[in-house]
Design a protein around this ligand. Structure first.
Ligand code: NAP
Ligand code: ZN
Length: 347
């Protein structure tokens, strides 16, 4: 077994603190990664604080993992010692259900094995995430990372990047489409960059005017402060596609009303409480609503390669591990530009 240091929480109301645990030895199909950086996703906070009601402790969060390969098993062909590698939100899946066979492992019928707050396929070993020094992962669930991008800025692509890239591709967003991105946080700012890179004309919907100047720099054409209902009414029936990344309860009907006929709203945010939908906000214009979960391994690799070819990365604030709790509190307040990333050297 491999002794590993990390940061864990031991309960919904506990602060994260240093935690020692063991990773499995490197098996024939495994890659050992020395973790350099791990992003802080709002999903880490929801789960650390048990806001989705399915948390187990101790929990080492973190699923935006990048680092360097330090050992590989005998069967590994795609990675060698010294390569950069990434790990996202899951580390295993059944491999035989229709979703797995189609490369959409995130929708695995038996549920993927999440990178943390889950149990390995052996039914007993808890998974621990990226707020740690090392991780052992099957090669099949490791991603190749370009050496041409700054590594700390790449980490958030493993969740925030793929979670926004996948629905933009799946729902066919194309050049010239009018796209709204609701909430300018970790996911939102990647949604803006990616949609703009595909030629979409992007509008950001944000709760205050504080991020207006940034939104233009990220690639948005316009910026709407949602607290003023007049701003919203003026945009009725005009959007092809809206990506909702908000992490807290909010009025989804206000956004449905902004879609043109047959327009689509896709939400990726997962607020603690259910969202109320008013059918009238949809039927008058045959609008539809869907949701999307991260992306499969093949598409995550496609997104990483796409970002490398276009020079797209996340805007990050790199912190030491001792600042995780401050980062959590600031993320919940929407006070992050636009992703906290932990420098694992500080562990
Ligand atoms: P984040 O960085 O905290 O961003 C969320 C943004 O939502 C904030 O920056 C803020 O934007 C807006 N917001 C927050 N509270 C709000 C409120 N009460 N009313 C209106 N807007 C509010 O979070 P994130 O890491 O991007 O994650 C966003 C959500 O997506 C979380 O629920 C997370 O669990 C979920 N998620 C889902 C997937 C998936 O696969 N579907 C993957 C990763 C994360 P403004 O400051 O611009 O208003
Ligand atoms: Zn995430």
């Amino acid at each position: 077994m491999i002794e590993t240091k990390g940061y864990a929480t031991h309960g919904a109301k506990e602060a994260l603190k240093p935690f020692s645990f063991q990773r499995r030895d490197v098996g024939a199909d495994d890659v050992l990664i020395d973790i350099h950086y791990c992003g802080i996703c709002h999903s880490d906070i929801h789960q650390a604080r048990n806001e989705w009601g399915q948390s187990t402790y101790p929990m080492v969060p973190g699923h935006e993992i990048v680092g360097k390969v330090s050992a590989v098993g005998a069967n590994v062909r795609g990675f060698k010692v010294g390569d950069l590698a990434g790990v996202g939100c899951f580390v295993d899946s059944c491999g035989v259900c229709p979703s797995c066979r189609e490369g959409e492992e995130q929708y695995c019928d038996q549920s993927p094995v999440w990178t943390y707050n889950a149990v390995e396929k052996d039914g007993k070993t808890p998974t621990y995430g990226g707020y740690s020094q090392k991780i052992v992962v099957k090669e099949k669930y490791c991603l190749r990372v370009s050496p041409n991008l700054p590594l700390s800025h790449v980490a958030p692509l493993l969740c925030a990047g793929i979670t926004t890239y996948s629905p933009l591709r799946h729902f066919g967003v194309k050049s010239g489409d009018k796209v709204g991105v609701v909430g300018l946080g970790g996911l939102g700012h990647m949604g803006v960059k990616l949609a703009a890179s595909m030629g979409a004309r992007v509008t950001v919907f944000s709760t205050s005017d504080k991020k207006a100047a940034d939104s233009k720099r990220l690639g948005a054409e316009s910026f709407v402060v949602t607290r003023d209902p007049g701003n919203m009414a003026a945009l009725a029936n005009s959007f092809d596609f809206i990506l909702d990344t908000v992490s807290a309860p909010h009025d989804i009907n206000a956004y449905l009303n902004l879609l043109r006929r047959d327009g689509q709203l896709v939400f990726v945010g997962v607020p603690e409480k259910p969202i109320e939908v008013q059918p009238f906000a949809m039927i008058g214009k045959r609008r539809s609503m869907a949701a999307s979960l991260i992306g499969g391994i093949r598409e995550t690799q496609e997104m990483l390669d796409y970002c490398a070819s276009k020079g797209i990365t996340s805007d990050v604030e790199v912190i030491g591990v001792d600042r995780i709790m401050e980062a959590y509190d600031r993320t919940v307040k929407g006070d992050v530009r636009y992703r906290f990333v932990i420098d694992m050297k500080t562990l």
